[in-house]
Structure formats: C-alpha cells, structure tokens
Design a protein around this ligand. Structure first.
Ligand SMILES: Cc1cc2nc3c(=O)[nH]c(=O)nc-3n(C[C@H](O)[C@H](O)[C@H](O)COP(=O)(O)O)c2cc1C
Length: 412
C-alpha cells in the first residue's frame, strides 16, 4: 500500500502534470452544430466542469469523418471544416489549471442506419441481432482507406493541439473502429491488418505513431482501451494486456481502462454479472488493472463504477490505478470532484435507471439518453436534475429517432 490519494498530482511520461487523480471520462455531448462544429453550449458545459475540481477532462468522442458519425450532433475535426469556436472551447475547459483532452474516434460499423447507409469496418461483418435492425452491414476497408483514416486521426490530433487542448485520447474501446480492428470476431482480415494480435493491433499502433508525430513528445497522448470485449470469440483480457504492453513501449502517456461494446455494453455495468468481491470494490474492471499493473509502469486510469471517496482512495493506494475515471457521477453533479478533494467521506448520487417498462428499458440506451439530457441542462447554464423522469427522456428519444427516420424516408 502507498500513500497516494485523490489530491496528489500525477506526472505523465511526456512531462505534463495533472493536478489531482480525478479524470472526467468522455461522455458524448451531442452538442455540435448541424455542420459538426463546436458550440457555445460546449464552452458553457466545460467551464462548469473545469470549475468542478477534476485534474483532467476528456471531451466526448470527436469524429474524424462527417460521413461516419456515432450521433447526429457529433463534433468532427476534418480538413475543410474549420471551427472558429474551438479555441474558446479549449479555453473554457482548461481554466483552473485543468487538463482538457480531446477524445478522437471513428465509429466503424457502430454508426446507426439513420446516419450512415454504408458504414466501413475491418471486415464486412454486421452487428448481431437485434442490433442489425439499427445498424447497417459494413463494407470492408481497403488498405488505401485504412491509411487515409490513420491520417485523419493524426490531423484531429494536430487540430487539438493547435486549438489549445492539452492532450488527446484515441478511443480504442467500446466496439468502435480501433476496437473492431483489435477483435478477432470483428476483424477477419487475412492481410497485415488482421490475424494475429500483432497484426490486429497494427492499426492502433499506426494511429498512435501518426498522432505522436503531429503533436511531439511533450504532449499527452492517451488511449481508452477495453480490458476485454466480453464477447465469445472477441478481444480477450490476455490480448488487451499485450496491447497495453506494446503501446506502453511506444510511449503512451496514459491508458484508460474500460470494457465492452454495443453488443455487450458492460462499460456502464450493464449485462455483466459482477462478482461480489468486485461489487465491494465498485470499479467494474479493477481485477484487470491489478494484473496489468504488474507488467507496465504507464499511468493507468480506471473508469466505470467508482462511487465513493473511500474506495477511490483505496484503489489509488493499492497501486491498481493512478487515476480515477468518472462519467455519470459528474453528469449529475459537476462539483463532485471538489467534494471528493475535500477529503470528507462522500458518495456519488448515480443510481440504476429504469422507465418502469421492461420493453422500453431493453430498446432504449437509457444511460446515454438520460445522462445526455443532464449534459444539455448544464450546457444551458442550468443545474442537472437528478430526479428527471427516465420515461420522459426515453420517449423523447424514441420520438426524435422516429422523426429522423421519417425525414429520411420523405427525402428519398
Ligand atoms: C451519456 C454518456 C455518453 C458516453 N459517451 C462516451 C464517449 O463518447 N466516449 C467514451 O469513451 N465513453 C463514453 N461513455 C462511457 C463513459 O466514459 C464511462 O466509461 C462509463 O459511463 C462508466 O463510467 P461511470 O460508471 O463513472 O459512469 C459515455 C457514457 C455516458 C453515460
């Protein structure tokens, strides 16, 4: 046991210093313009979080291609789409000596039908039922397209640095493109990008190196990675550890650990049978971190499930992780990090969500929908509403998606 706790600063391999051990993990805000540019709403939201105490804020996923979106109002960093507000966003989120990193993502096949008719992926393998009703069958990427995407990730890193963000994160988790390349289930290529784990990680290695080349050695580059996909035949814990080891050797500054995909959404604790011993330690992926800790020195941020100051400090002191990642807790209480730093015993107010209607709970991604509404409130300068009706948020999403689909049919 060490004496490391939430209030301690953290020095990264690149030399950057994070003022404490709390990181706000990425939450897609869906607050961009129709043209996928950033907005004043984002500036307001990030100013709120930068005053909330976290040492590190990571933006919601920013896309690299406007024809490949995760959600309709994603911000996109790509050539030919200059964003004049970006410096303001970076300024708002870096107040109080707070780090603000962009999370860079490409959804691969996890782009809904109403957003993309022809998704791309490592292999032409669709999501399994019932998700195949919502997501189109992807087309396998050509090698030329793979190199183009690597350049796009690097360009997004360049834009991040030039705009005043203080770091970048590759979204390598949750079943999006990087994660699809890593998975033997979703990547069945027979060329240099598929097959062995060394081949499947070639894409993420190239992405990392291309980004590093753009931003230099003194700028934080991070990745959010799955501890496993929790799918039969998918990316395993052992493979994940190999990736952590290789990326650490290449100079990664921080590795954030999560897990799951759209097909197995364990990142928010759903669907996973959580062992009793893990429940006591709150964090869903802490067993993995304890193991990976033994093989790498690279700073590890653990995200998913943390709720109490006591358990967070214990995880840090045990050395299982170096930073605590928080998402839903700061969506319902942006000041929660300050509460944690006060060194009193505090607890997050996050609770299990249900509409009360089982069929609706099964078809609507409640966690995303309800928490997005909280972000929207804060982006308007209002306070979150922890008592907001889950049913109302779910129905308004169903209606919204229905309207989008209808508009598309009418446009044909
Ligand atoms: C509304 C919402 C949006 C999210 N968007 C992202 C995202 O863009 N990128 C990402 O890596 N994770 C995303 N996540 C997952 C969170 O970063 C985090 O891994 C998960 O919520 C578990 O942490 P928690 O228990 O502290 O909430 C999202 C979660 C929520 C609730």
């Amino acid at each position: 046991m060490s004496t490391i706790k939430l209030t301690n600063e953290l020095k990264l391999p690149c030399g950057a210093v994070i003022k404490n051990r709390i990181g706000k993990s990425a939450m897609s805000e869906n607050l961009g313009t129709k043209e996928h540019l950033s907005t004043d709403a984002l500036n307001t939201l990030y100013a709120r979080w930068a005053n909330g105490g976290s040492g590190l804020l990571i933006t919601g996923n920013i896309m690299i291609d406007r024809t490949a979106l995760g959600e309709p109002r994603n911000v996109v960093f790509e050539k030919g789409n200059p964003d004049l507000n970006l410096k303001e966003w970076a300024k708002a989120g870096t107040q109080n000596n707070t780090h603000l990193w962009t999370q860079i993502n490409h959804p691969g096949k996890q782009t809904p039908k109403f957003l993309s008719a022809n998704p791309v992926a490592p292999s032409a393998i669709g999501l399994k039922p019932p998700l195949n009703k919502l997501f189109n069958q992807p087309i396998a990427l050509t090698e030329k397209e793979i190199y183009d995407l690597i350049e796009r990730y690097a360009y997004a890193a360049k834009v991040s640095k030039e705009s005043g963000f203080t770091g970048v994160q590759i979204h390598g988790a949750h079943g999006y493109l990087v994660s699809q390349f890593l998975s033997p289930l979703h990547n069945q290529r027979t060329d240099q990008w598929g097959g062995t784990i060394e081949n499947r990680m070639r894409f993420v290695s190239h992405v990392y190196q291309a980004m590093r080349k753009e931003v230099g050695n003194e700028f934080p580059v991070s990745i959010k990675l799955n501890s496993a996909d929790f799918q039969k035949g998918g990316f395993t814990k052992e493979e994940s550890m190999t990736v952590v080891q290789r990326l650490s050797e290449q100079g990664m500054d921080l590795i954030e650990i999560s897990g799951g995909t759209y097909e197995a959404p364990v990142m928010t604790g759903k669907g996973k049978t959580i062992k009793e011993s893990t429940q006591k330690r709150e964090a869903y992926f802490i067993d993995y971190c304890e193991e990976v800790r033994k093989i790498v020195k690279t700073p590890i941020m653990l995200t998913g499930g943390f709720r109490t100051s006591k358990i967070m400090n214990e995880a840090l002191a045990s050395g299982a992780c170096d930073m605590i990642g928080l998402a839903r807790s700061v969506a319902v209480n942006p000041n929660f990090p300050n509460d944690l730093l006060s060194e009193k015993n505090v607890e997050s107010s996050v609770k299990q969500l249900t509409t009360g209607l089982k069929f609706l709970d099964n078809i609507v991604p409640l966690e995303i929908v309800w928490y997005s509404e909280q972000l929207k409130l804060m982006s308007k300068g209002k306070n979150p509403e922890p008592n907001m009706s889950v049913l109302k948020a779910a129905l308004s999403t169903v209606l919204h998606i229905g309207m989008q689909g209808l508009k598309k049919v009418r446009a044909k």
